[in-house]
Write a protein that binds this ligand. Structure first.
Ligand SMILES: *Cc1c(COP(=O)(O)O)cnc(C)c1O
Length: 639
């Protein structure tokens, strides 16, 4: 990076990698603002995030805000289904594809409804992993041509609901996670006189690589071993339900980073399917689970937050892999099912927040001019400042400055120098470190102790949001999510910073970022201008992050806007719906408080104060109203 050359949006692209994680939906516009193209079939429709922010402000909606692009959701559903259809045709695969969306990835009603609607032409179904999810799926998946797949641990009620769904004509398949579930299912099915549709989940020997590797392998929490699968098949046969066994299921983990584990699991799954077929158990479906990864860091690698393949390659490995084994074993090609959740939802939502302040690494503004009779430590360190531009041994200056600063601390403790002198020395020390940092940027080799300078000199941008609510996985599993300023990307970002949230928790921070040289603990951002908002977007939050947030510090759900693109609109979009986030009394009620009686108690105290003449009656009324309004208000900062 030549510091003299003008900064362009290409430099920003290299830095923030928008195109690399954006999958064609996001890009930097020539005006330096971030743009979204929610419908890839209509690339004329490009929405400037700046106008989205303006519209949100005009509607009087407070930030932080979750923005959902329904067109992206629809487009991802279409992409996955179309890719399977095209690949099946190309491979001359005899079976079809009947995918399901696993609702645990984002159970929001608006999301599930949109997925079902966009998936209708493909008979795209739903997957549930708990009773609450099953109740949801039964109400939403009314298409009798699509599948309803039931995973997770189940009780009697769960089985009854599944059989109810089946008798309503929905293709409802109960996937057996442990053997005792089969006995329970068969018992209830016999009682009700309904023939169930059964799937078996196989514990795979192949493990996924990445964060979720433990979902596979022999110690996996879910699934049957090969001998249990055979026993299950025989058990059904003995009960006259041999042809109830319809589906083989496996899921070796989410966010599979390496395509090799996909290939290996398909191979293993196809073998089990073929063997069962040859034993006389003619299953219709093979369900390959989820795991299709997202390139969060844009590196196209096997990093935990990336993956070394794309959707087409993933689908091709499933279709061609299954075909190859089935042809070799001379068994029919099964209908393929997959349960991609992350890949369907990750791109469609983001969090927009504003930076509300900068926490600098060190203070400036202390006068460091020479005064008569100052301590020699002060003059010594000032001398370093004077020679740094002409001296070529940076290491020596770095070492000397560090040593003077340490000595100054000792001297202060021994009352040899004053507090003011210590402040001067610290100020001069940081001044030196900034010059050193500037110089080592262009150096080929940077000694280890100086490598931390960038981080030590960096600022923290305080952002109006909660990591625990909006980006739980960055805290829990070191997931990387792209963070990008929404404007000014045609301007050089001059402040290296990490981001901190407004919770009172020192873990409430983001300090792992994508960068042009791998993962960095700081992200270059633009300097804040007085009276000008600086908005950031936290992207790819549509999978898991949207729904895993917690109540840490009683910040609740965010305000939400749902955006549809529209040709006739001058800005190419309109806000279709606003969903209000949590108010303070919402979150207090969840914690068992009674906001209205709290308001009464406070009013009584104010009344007493007024009665005793300590507060004017008018003021008392104002304060009472103020307290009540705050209870009704948004939990985040009003900026
Ligand atoms: C979580 C889960 C999925 C979804 O996985 P993604 O990686 O988000 O696609 C699919 N199937 C099962 C059984 C799951 O537990």
């Amino acid at each position: 990076m030549g510091t003299k050359m003008k900064w362009t949006i290409n430099d920003s692209e290299n830095l923030y990698r928008v195109k690399r994680w954006g999958e064609g939906y996001f890009e930097i516009g020539s005006n330096g603002n971030l743009f979204v193209t929610p419908d890839p079939n209509n690339t004329d429709m490009r929405i400037d995030f700046k106008s989205v922010v303006e519209e949100i402000k005009q509607e009087g909606i407070q930030f932080p805000v979750v923005v959902r692009f329904h067109d992206i959701l629809r487009s991802q559903v279409e992409r996955l289904n179309q890719t399977f259809q095209d690949t099946i045709k190309e491979a001359e695969y005899q079976g079809s594809y009947m995918g399901v969306y696993p609702v645990k990835v984002n159970q929001m009603r608006e999301v599930v409804e949109e997925v079902v609607d966009a998936g209708a032409p493909f008979n795209y179904g739903l997957e549930a992993g708990s009773k609450a999810e099953l109740l949801t799926v039964m109400a939403l998946n009314t298409n009798t041509e699509s599948l309803t797949i039931l995973n997770g641990y189940k009780d009697q009620e769960f089985m009854r609901l599944a059989l109810l769904s089946l008798s309503l004509g929905r293709k409802t398949i109960v996937v057996i996670e442990k053997f005792s579930e089969l006995i329970l299912l068969v018992k209830i099915a016999e009682e009700l006189g309904i023939k169930p549709l059964v799937g078996v989940r196989s514990k795979m020997t192949v493990k996924g690589r990445g964060k979720w590797a433990s979902s596979g392998g022999e110690r996996a929490k879910f699934g049957l071993t090969i001998s249990e699968i055979i026993n299950a098949a025989r058990y059904l046969e003995e009960r006259g339900m041999k042809d109830s066994l319809k589906l083989l299921h496996f899921h070796i983990g989410s966010q599979l980073t390496d395509i090799r584990s996909v290939k290996e699991s398909i191979n293993e799954g196809a073998m089990i399917y073929s063997e069962l077929h040859k034993m006389g158990f003619k299953l219709d479906y093979v369900d390959v689970g989820g795991g299709l990864g997202i390139d969060y860091d844009g590196s196209k690698s096997t990093n935990d937050s990336s993956r070394n393949y794309n959707m087409s390659e993933y689908v091709a490995d499933i279709v061609f892999g299954m075909k190859q084994v089935c042809d070799l074993e001379q068994v029919p090609h099964p209908t393929l099912v997959s349960e991609s959740g992350r890949a369907i939802t990750a791109h469609h939502s983001c969090v927009i927040t504003q930076v509300v302040g900068e926490i600098k690494a060190h203070s400036t503004g202390i006068n460091t001019d020479v005064v008569a009779g100052e301590h020699v430590l002060v003059s010594n360190i000032r001398e370093l400042v004077d020679i740094i531009d002409t001296h070529d041994n940076l290491q020596e200056i770095f070492n000397d400055a560090s040593q003077f600063k340490e000595q100054a601390l000792d001297a202060f403790k021994l009352r040899v120098i004053s507090l003011e002198e210590l402040a001067k020395i610290e100020t001069l020390y940081w001044q030196i470190m900034e010059s050193v940092q500037l110089k080592i940027q262009s150096a080929d080799f940077v000694p280890e102790e100086m490598q931390e300078l960038e981080f030590n000199l960096s600022s923290q941008y305080l952002c109006n949001f909660s990591v625990f609510q909006s980006a739980a996985d960055t805290w829990a599993i070191d997931q990387i999510l792209p963070v990008v300023p929404l404007t000014r990307m045609d301007e050089r970002p001059t402040v290296n910073c990490s981001l901190v949230d407004i919770t009172c928790d020192s873990d409430g921070k983001l300090d792992k970022f994508i960068s042009d040289h791998g993962i960095s603990d700081v992200l270059p951002m633009h300097s804040l201008k007085p009276k000008e908002d600086y908005f950031l977007g936290l992207f790819l939050t549509g999978a898991y992050q949207d729904v895993m947030g917690d109540m840490h510090n009683l910040f609740g759900r965010l305000n939400e806007v749902h955006i549809f693109s529209h040709d006739d609109d001058p800005e190419d979009f309109y806000i279709e719906e606003v969903v209000k986030g949590s108010s303070v009394d919402d979150v207090l009620s969840i914690m068992q408080y009674h906001p209205s009686s709290m308001a009464q108690t406070l009013k009584k105290s104010i009344d007493k104060h007024v009665a005793s003449g300590k507060m004017k009656p008018r003021e008392g009324v104002k304060w009472t109203d103020f307290y009540e309004n705050c209870l009704k208000g948004y939990t985040y900062l009003k900026v």
